[in-house]
Write a protein of this length. Structure first.
Length: 474
């Protein structure tokens, strides 16, 4: 079984260098920001002041929608550590951002935001053209952006940032990425056991929360959308109604929906993929579902985002999955969304395996999709190992440490599917099962024991998978 999947990866590797993707344009929006990486270990956290007083608040399981003070920042960080899960919460305070800068060591500053990360990655692997909507013209941001990316807003000052004098040195699109390692974290008299390295993001973002794009981007994208095969949109989790005091969610979404409709009118074959992210506000999650799920062709999400968004559709199932995350439960969650939106391609990226549920696909597309998932796992592995991807050839420099847990989970899911559904082939030996109403793909991932960088892995997985899929590898 392990040998089969290693050989499958080796076959997929041969397809990475195909030139078919070089002229396939990708347009991206709408969140681009600056990520400041902060390494967190039990030793580092023990030296951070003010952790002792939050001990009593860690057990209440209260889900904070925003961070307004230092105490709330530490609570959110420690909750993420205690569950070993990725999370993101908006920081709504200049003082919190300043405190982070003064009390933590910034290990490096990199391009952030799903759209920004994906745009740079596309240029590294020589995809052209790449069109990106940026939220403001900033020297700090421009230094992180590949210069060959088409950015109609670069020379505009429409969204030049304005901050309070006390925070004038911090860009209002700064996301603090706390990358924590597994271990035992001491908080006063309480010990938190973290079984899995992951990251928590505190987003000090006053610009992406507006979900705005420039008139220059709108005009340019409509005029040139025929040059693009794929559009990836993200950043909706940052929307903040407190900034839009006179607007509803419908008002905020309408400009984006209108733009997508115009793109589709000009280029009906354009594929639109929505990459989801941690979203605390229940009303916002519902608005994302109501406004976008019926419009886009594909969505990407991790297990926590699946549980979170499923809560708006099937609360009891969401709670059940949250308490017991297995491949069978994750499939049930995906299928519940698919049942309501049966046109969607739903790609779930998890540590040990990927699942992709969609309408029925052709025999030719089965081969293409399976290989695209394997390719996305290769790209994610090299990014996790090195912290970045400099070129496509990097994927040849990886050890094929295929997840045993992933194989076990896929085997459990295969048993469930064959008991509950009538389907052909199997996940373990073929990577997919075809039923009368849907096709489900499952592949075990390559595990990197000590990942160098965690942010952007999900974005990398979703982007590489759909990019190679739509370009019909043969």
């Amino acid at each position: 079984m392990m040998e089969y999947w290693k050989n499958s990866y080796l076959e997929a590797l041969k397809l990475i260098d195909t030139n078919s993707i070089l002229s396939k344009g990708v347009v991206l929006g709408f969140n681009v920001n600056i990520d400041k990486i902060v390494k967190i270990s039990p030793e580092i956290l023990s030296n951070i002041p003010q952790t002792a007083r939050i001990e009593d608040r860690l057990s209440d399981n209260h889900c904070l929608k925003k961070i307004t003070n230092i105490e709330e920042l530490l609570i959110c960080l420690l909750q993420s550590i205690s569950e070993g899960k990725a999370d993101e919460v908006l920081i709504n305070s200049d003082q919190v951002a300043i405190w982070i800068e003064e009390n933590f060591v910034i290990s490096r500053t990199v391009m952030g935001g799903q759209a920004g990360i994906m745009a740079n990655l596309l240029k590294e692997i020589k995809v052209n053209p790449v069109l990106l909507s940026t939220p403001l013209s900033s020297p700090d941001l421009n230094k992180l952006l590949n210069p060959s990316i088409i950015d109609p807003t670069t020379n505009c000052d429409t969204f030049q940032s304005k901050t309070e004098k006390t925070a004038e040195t911090i860009e209002p699109i700064t996301h603090y990425v706390f990358e924590f390692s597994a271990g035992k974290y001491a908080v006063a008299n309480k010990i938190i056991n973290c079984d899995r390295s992951n990251r928590f993001i505190g987003s000090y973002d006053k610009i992406n929360s507006l979900l705005m794009f420039s008139e220059e981007f709108r005009k340019y994208s409509i005029s040139n959308i025929s040059d693009y095969d794929l559009c990836v949109i993200a950043g909706f989790h940052l929307i903040d109604l407190e900034i839009h005091t006179s607007k509803s969610y419908a008002d905020i979404f309408e400009p984006v929906l209108s733009l997508i409709r115009k793109w589709k009118e000009v280029n009906p074959s354009l594929i639109v993929h929505l990459e989801l992210a941690a979203t605390r506000n229940g009303d916002l999650k519902q608005a994302i579902i109501d406004n976008l799920f019926s419009v886009v062709d594909s969505i990407g999400l991790n297990e926590q985002e699946l549980v979170s968004f499923l809560y708006c559709i099937d609360k009891s199932l969401s709670v059940s999955i949250h308490s017991t995350i297995t491949s069978v439960n994750l499939f049930k969650g995906m299928h519940t969304i698919f049942s309501k939106y049966p046109h969607l391609r739903i790609h779930l990226h998890y540590l040990d395996y990927f699942l992709l549920l969609s309408p029925l696909v052709s025999e030719e597309s089965i081969f293409i999709r399976k290989n695209s998932l394997l390719i996305s796992s290769l790209f994610a592995a090299i990014k996790a190992k090195n912290g970045n991807i400099d070129r496509r050839a990097d994927t040849k420099l990886i050890d094929y440490n295929i997840s045993k847990k992933g194989l076990e989970e896929l085997q459990n899911l295969e048993i469930h599917l064959k008991n509950e559904w009538t389907g052909d082939n199997g996940l373990i030996n073929n990577g997919y099962i075809q039923t009368k109403s849907f096709t489900i793909f499952g592949i075990p991932t390559i595990v990197i024991p000590s990942p160098e960088h965690l942010v952007g892995l999900g974005d990398t997985i979703s982007l590489m998978s759909i990019l190679y899929e739509i370009n019909k590898l043969e």
